[in-house]
Design a protein around this ligand. Structure first.
Ligand code: PEP
Ligand code: MG
Length: 930
């Protein structure tokens, strides 16, 4: 930085679009000032100053001179003087980076107070209680943020004073009490930090700016950036916003509140929020007092309510986005203190997108782009089973929708530890604070006994799409003893509860849940997505039910039907086992003939569900032993059977032994013993046990013979079709006969047969011959023309390299990126994710899990090569992807650019993929693989 660097911008001069330099909050304060909204005068110390401070360990030279010059401008504008006894000016210093990180960094209020200016403040306001309250808040915040004094030390002093004063609420403390409290706080600061609280206001300001800058590197800010993948390109350093204090706690004509221009839980187009009369902002956010809904202002402060509605409309009209704003009313004057884009849950985002287009506020492009595809996952949040009629233990506010069950945990650290070991958790707190953030990450849901719908717990949970019930006041949390009194019940840590964030109810035990339905607004938004997208979206579905559901969610066909999933159903598994264990081809064919009608019915069901749309069916893929019991299981069963046989043998000897031991007893039981033995000998003669032992031993022998060290690289996929062509013949016939029957019923079918694990074109050709022969036979027998496409999965590296040859035989490619990732990395897809991959992300060796987010630099390059060479041979070659990556937004974006025709993913991810496909097209120009 040069000496001429401008470190400080007045709200009236800063560029409202430059969030990187001014931070989101600072830029918006500048913007609100520019459009004439009532923002208290102030200035922004830039993020560049923050970075310079963090690099050098001290504020840049000249910065405080600039700050003083800007302070003088505020003094001129307000007629007040910073630190002066008469008309003292007080300021706040608030953090704010380019990306919103609510509550993750620090803020200090009421700077400029010392004994002299405090006297002036009391004179100016005529309110002694207010003055001392402001002073003690400054000492507390400054002590905590700038001097590192733990919160508990102040809480303790407050609790002791309240006890001595015999009051329960802060609000009941008198001016004298607060005066006393301020002295105690000053002592706490001295004792805990080893420094006196600074009385010089300039010094307070300097230390406060530095402390806010340091909070950029605080643990919770770092955790938050890591969790939400906020890179330095997105936000680098925090600004410090210095703003004239306005007070909502100057009496009954003052108030403070927060609002959304639309309901962030439902998207309903009405201002939504809460306020508290005679209070400061932190009282609302911390949930210390339960606020009133903004609607209550109509009665209580009608003129200000009207002004507030106008302010909200101006904000939304200007930003063309739902705003989350903070306001204060100081003695009847409304001030706007902050605005930012509102974090809403997925249903609210969808509804507001559709509404704002209909209102003419935004266009469809913007409506689509403002909804992150991953958010749609929230729309798949489970609800309580509607038939459930249980009585709640307690009820709080429905703060973030969705239902979740889990074990009660009372603190964030335990939640994190238990969450890591896989437990499902409900974090139960009196109220939450920003330092609880890691507990939110670990929990399925959050329950608090205090606070409103805009309390910290509610806002954070909603942002994360996790259910939250807040303000359940009948719950008494006893963190020390790890118990909570919920109504009449006493619940301990580890016990299971269910919370319903849509109704506010809390239930004992685990309540069953059901999946969500598609809303009309969702269908509308996704229809716009389909219009915008180039890439098609299909579903991976293995049966008629899934196919129907996928179609409801907008799938444009099936990209992968894994036929083995049909084999696994209970009514057919024994036939499949019979087929696998058959000693001769004839016996195998006999078993397959029993399977064929069953598979045919499944295919018919799928074709019906997908009438008019393509259905890609994959021939059998997994290694056969997956359908058989394991060696360990068989050995155990055989051992049990042998024990049983031995037990019977020893029973037969029982009468003789008993006679020797005790003739009287033998005589007594002789009759019933011989009856028992008679029954047993009948059983023995049936040889049921011997037969079963022999059968199981035979199976065991086969299972042992079929065992492979590396089955995922072994006898599977097309290799099965080559060794046992009768299996593929049966499947091909079932597909084509089902298609022919559907055609005869008047349906429009488009079957596509796909071969898995192809390595050489010769494999593909062999299967192609089978398909052609059976196809011709079915057409001849049914007398109808059956449309058919034949293609190959591309999931081994060699297939990518030999794509040109593959395309001679294949009419389409479908990338099986699960296996292709495994093959490219040589990472076992079964083990890598829970063995070493987490360490790889933590150590920065890999940015993402390659089984989740497509590795564009490795796997992606192979795909591009295969597509180019395949299409060079067959220009009309259709290309899709059916690995898990087909439902992941960043991977979908790559697929769009790589020229794929469609992605295919699990049904519930179809909406995500549709939106991601639209985003890929709309953001085409900004794409980079870096
Ligand atoms: C794949 O490998 O990507 C694929 C879709 O097949 P499966 O996951 O069934 O091996
Ligand atoms: Mg595969």
């Amino acid at each position: 930085m040069t000496a001429a660097t401008k470190w400080v911008y007045a709200f009236s001069e800063g560029d409202g679009r430059n969030k990187m330099l001014l931070g989101g909050k600072g830029a918006n304060l500048c913007e609100m000032t520019r459009i004439g909204l009532p923002v208290p005068p102030g200035f922004v110390v830039t993020t560049e100053a923050c970075l310079a401070y963090l690099a050098a360990g001290r504020l840049p030279d000249g910065l405080m001179d600039d700050v003083r010059a800007h302070l003088a401008r505020i003094e001129a504008a307000t007629g007040k003087r910073f630190g002066a006894r008469s008309s003292p000016l007080l300021v706040s210093v608030r953090s704010g980076s380019a990306m919103s990180m609510p509550g993750m960094m620090d803020t200090i209020l009421n700077l400029g107070l010392n004994p002299a200016s405090l006297t002036g403040l009391i004179e100016a306001t005529g309110n002694e209680r207010f003055g001392w309250d402001a002073y003690r808040r400054l000492i507390q915040l400054f002590g905590k943020v700038a001097l590192g004094v733990p919160d508990e030390a102040f809480d303790q002093a407050m609790a002791t004073l309240k006890q001595e004063a015999g009051v329960r609420l802060d609000i009941e403390l008198s001016a004298e009490h607060l005066h006393d409290l301020a002295q105690r706080y000053l002592e706490v600061v001295r004792a805990k930090s080893g420094h006196s609280f600074p009385e010089d206001p300039q010094r307070q300001l300097e230390v406060a700016i530095a402390a806010v800058f340091r909070s950029w590197n605080g643990k919770r800010a770092i955790d938050y950036r890591k969790q939400f993948k906020i890179t330095p390109q997105m936000a680098n350093g925090t600004a410090a916003n210095v703003c004239t204090m306005v007070f909502g706690n100057l009496g009954s004509d003052s108030a403070t509140g927060v609002g959304f221009t639309r309901n962030p839980g439902t998207g309903e187009p009405a201002v939504y929020g809460e306020y508290l009369v005679n209070a400061q902002g932190e009282d609302v956010v911390a949930g210390i007092r339960t606020p009133k809904p903004i609607l209550a202002m109509v009665e209580e402060m009608p003129a200000l309510h009207a002004q507030l509605m106008k302010l909200a409309a101006t904000l939304e009209g200007h930003y063309r986005e739902v705003q989350d704003f903070e306001f204060t009313i100081e003695r009847g004057k409304l001030w706007a203190l902050q605005t930012r884009n509102g974090k809403m849950n997925a249903p609210a985002m969808v509804r507001s997108s559709v509404d704002m287009v209909h209102e003419g506020l935004i266009d469809k492009r913007r409506a689509l782009l403002r909804v992150a595809p991953a958010m749609f996952e929230q729309l798949m949040v489970p609800r309580l089973d509607p038939s459930f009629r249980g009585k709640p233990l307690a009820t709080g506010l429905p703060a973030s929708p969705g239902a979740a069950a889990g074990m009660i945990v009372f603190d964030a650290d335990t939640a994190e530890a238990r969450g890591k070991s896989g437990a499902k958790i409900i974090l139960v707190r009196e109220e939450t604070k920003p330092e609880d953030i890691h507990g939110f990450f670990a929990a399925q849901g959050v329950l608090t006994s205090r606070g409103g719908r805009t309390s910290h717990a509610a806002v954070v949970a909603r942002g994360m799409g996790k259910p939250c019930v807040s303000g359940a006041e009948s719950i008494v949390v006893d963190v020390r003893n790890k118990v909570a009194h919920i109504g009449p019940a006493l619940l301990k840590e580890g016990q299971i509860i269910t919370i319903d964030g849509s109704t506010g109810a809390v239930y004992f035990g685990e309540v069953p849940t059901v999946e969500v339905e598609f809303s009309r607004d969702m269908a509308t938004l996704l229809s716009w997505a389909d219009e915008a997208a180039r890439l098609g979206v299909r579903a991976n579905a293995d049966g008629p039910r899934e196919a129907r559901r996928a179609r409801e969610w907008g799938a444009q066909g099936i990209g992968l039907c894994r036929t083995e999933r049909m084999f696994n159903q209970m009514d057919r598994l024994h036939i499949v086992q019979e087929m696998i264990l058959a000693d001769t081809k004839q016996a195998r064919v006999a078993a397959l003939e029993k399977l064929r009608p069953i598979q045919k019915e499944d295919f018919k069901g799928i074709f019906k569900a997908m009438d008019g749309l393509p259905v890609t069916v994959r021939l059998l893929d997994p290694p056969m032993h997956e359908f058989l019991p394991t060696v360990a299981q068989l050995e155990l069963e055989i051992a049990h059977l042998r024990h049983f046989r031995d037990a019977i043998a020893s029973l037969e000897e029982m009468p003789e032994t008993l006679k020797l031991l005790n003739p009287r007893l033998h005589h007594q039981y002789e009759g019933s013993l011989s009856k028992l033995l008679g029954g047993l000998s009948e059983f023995k003669e049936s040889h049921l046990d011997d037969d079963l032992i022999a059968k199981k031993s035979e199976v065991l022998k086969k299972v042992r013979a079929m065992a492979e060290v590396n089955p995922m690289l072994g006898h599977r996929g097309v290799r099965l079709g080559i060794t046992y062509p009768e299996i593929y013949e049966m499947q091909i016939r079932a597909i084509l006969e089902a298609a022919a029957e559907c055609i005869r019923e008047g349906l429009n079918v488009a079957p596509e047969i796909m071969v898995p694990q192809v390595v050489t074109v010769e494999e593909l050709k062999r299967i192609a011959v089978l398909v052609e022969t059976i196809h011709a036979g079915v057409e001849a027998a049914s007398g109808c023309k059956v449309p058919l496409k034949f293609g190959s999965m591309i999931e081994v590296v060699r297939a990518c390299l030999r794509a040109a040859r593959m395309a001679e035989t294949a009419e389409f490619f479908s990338f099986g990126t699960n296996d292709l990732t495994q093959a490219t990395f040589s990472f076992s897809r079964e083990d890598a994710e829970n063995k070493f991959l987490p360490l790889y992300y933590d150590a920065g060796l890999l940015r993402d899990n390659p089984f989740e987010v497509l590795d564009v630099k490795g796997v992606g390059e192979l795909m591009k090569l295969a597509i180019a060479n395949g299409r060079a041979k067959r220009p009309e070659l259709k290309v899709g992807i059916c690995g898990e990556h087909g439902g992941e937004p960043a991977s979908i974006r790559f697929c769009h650019h790589a020229g794929l025709d469609y992605v295919s993913c699990s049904g519930p991810r179809v909406p995500i993929a549709r939106l991601a496909a639209a985003h890929a097209k709309l953001l085409e120009a900004e794409y980079s693989t870096e």
